[in-house]
Design a protein around this ligand. Structure first.
Ligand SMILES: C=CC1=C(C)c2cc3[nH]c(cc4nc(cc5[nH]c(cc1n2)c(C)c5CCC(=O)O)C(CCC(=O)O)=C4C)c(C)c3C=C
Ligand code: FE2
Ligand code: FE2
Length: 344
């Protein structure tokens, strides 16, 4: 048996031009695990409404953050893959759930290298139907259709692994050294509340209130909200943050349905209004910096804070290709490579 690793991130458009952004958003938003409504309604909403207006607006945002080498999310994911490859003997390939660097091409590349056992590694610390699940489901469909002899094992969400929390905490500490911030906001990508209820394996636990996510339950294995709150709690515990000096919020909502709250933009507004002058923000739902961190947080968030009277706004970068993070992922991969047991 020859083993190989497929790292998978979200993906980006091929360029920040409206035509490419429209193509990318069309694929992304037509995913039934992202906009989870029946096909006819989803087609009407995405193709009839969203794709007529959003691509122009999103393209303008992408243009502000695009690098000479390409999309930050792709470039940073490639840097991560290259560094991991240096520490792992087996082939490590990178794919994206949406866009040109498809999971099918990634699996094909591994098969062409003689691989027959794949570790599928979704680059998301927390489980979500719209991220981890859509990757594992698509990989399995592709396996059945095109690679029936391939064995695929998936890495589950790693939000509470002590070594991950340590690496994240070290990075936060390093980037906040000497900043004297009064408040640290942990901002996670949002999801519609409906997604949380759908992923509840017990079908009765999730109430989207202040109690369910802190009451032990089997549901938490697939509860994005619980997993985000846990990352905040574990980092705060590790770094001995004082109560009231940090909080959690959710960003990037789309549409009119309720998404996880409190919303990041309103939280930044509130902190500014409350008289906080020096705040910092960290975005642990993303492994790689991307549109959501570089534009929505570092640009728009900062603007909101300044409008509300705030002064210093520090953004902690994502783990990207941080040396400790590379060493951690390589360690997990090497553990899997040596023993045919699940990483858990
Ligand atoms: C934790 C990661 C993510 C979750 C969960 C997620 C859910 C989700 N997202 C949308 C809609 C959009 N997301 C967009 C960009 C975007 N989303 C993520 C991650 C998660 N999304 C990333 C990393 C990015 C940036 C990609 C990049 O190229 O840098 C966008 C496009 C930008 C925009 O127009 O705002 C949309 C739209 C939904 C509906 C959703 C549902 C659960
Ligand atoms: Fe998103
Ligand atoms: Fe909950």
């Amino acid at each position: 048996m020859k083993k190989g690793i497929l790292l998978v991130n979200l993906g980006s458009p091929d360029s920040p031009n409206p035509k490419d952004v429209k193509k990318y958003l069309g694929e992304f938003l037509m995913d039934e695990r992202v906009i989870d409504i029946p096909l006819v309604a989803r087609t009407a909403l995405v193709k009839g409404i969203i794709l007529n207006t959003r691509p122009k607006q999103s393209a303008a945002a992408y243009k502000k953050i695009w690098w000479d080498e390409g999309s930050p999310l792709i470039v940073l994911s490639e840097r991560l893959q290259k560094k991991i490859q240096k520490q792992v003997e087996q082939p490590v390939v990178l794919a994206m759930r949406y866009g040109s660097m498809t999971i099918k091409k990634g699996l094909q590349e591994l098969v062409d290298k003689g691989v027959d056992e794949v570790l599928l590694f979704p680059l998301y610390p927390q489980f979500a139907m719209a991220t981890t699940e859509t990757i594992t489901v698509l990989a399995e469909e592709l396996r059945q259709q095109h690679f029936p002899n391939l064995k695929i094992e998936s890495v589950p969400a790693f939000y509470n692994k002590p070594d991950y929390i340590e690496v994240l905490s070290n990075s936060i500490k390093k980037h906040l050294e000497g900043k004297n911030h009064e408040h640290l906001l942990f901002s996670y990508h949002g999801v519609p509340e409906r997604h949380i209820r759908k992923s509840d394996v017990t079908k009765s636990h999730c109430k989207i209130d202040k109690s369910c996510c802190v009451t032990p339950s089997k549901a938490h294995e697939f509860c994005y909200k619980h997993q985000c709150l846990e990352v905040t709690r574990l980092v705060a515990e590790k770094l001995k943050f004082k109560e009231g000096t940090y909080s959690t919020s959710f960003q990037s909502r789309l549409g009119f349905d309720p998404w996880l709250q409190p919303y990041t933009d309103r939280t930044i507004e509130r902190l500014g209004k409350q008289g906080i002058k020096n705040m910092a923000i960290v975005t642990p739902a993303f492994v790689s910096d991307c549109l959501e961190t570089l534009e929505e947080i570092a640009m728009e968030g900062q603007e909101i804070f300044h409008e509300m009277g705030g002064n210093d706004f520090t953004t902690v970068p994502c783990l990207n290709d941080d040396e400790e993070f590379v060493a951690l992922l390589s360690k997990w991969i090497n553990t899997w490579s040596k023993t045919p047991v699940k990483i858990s």
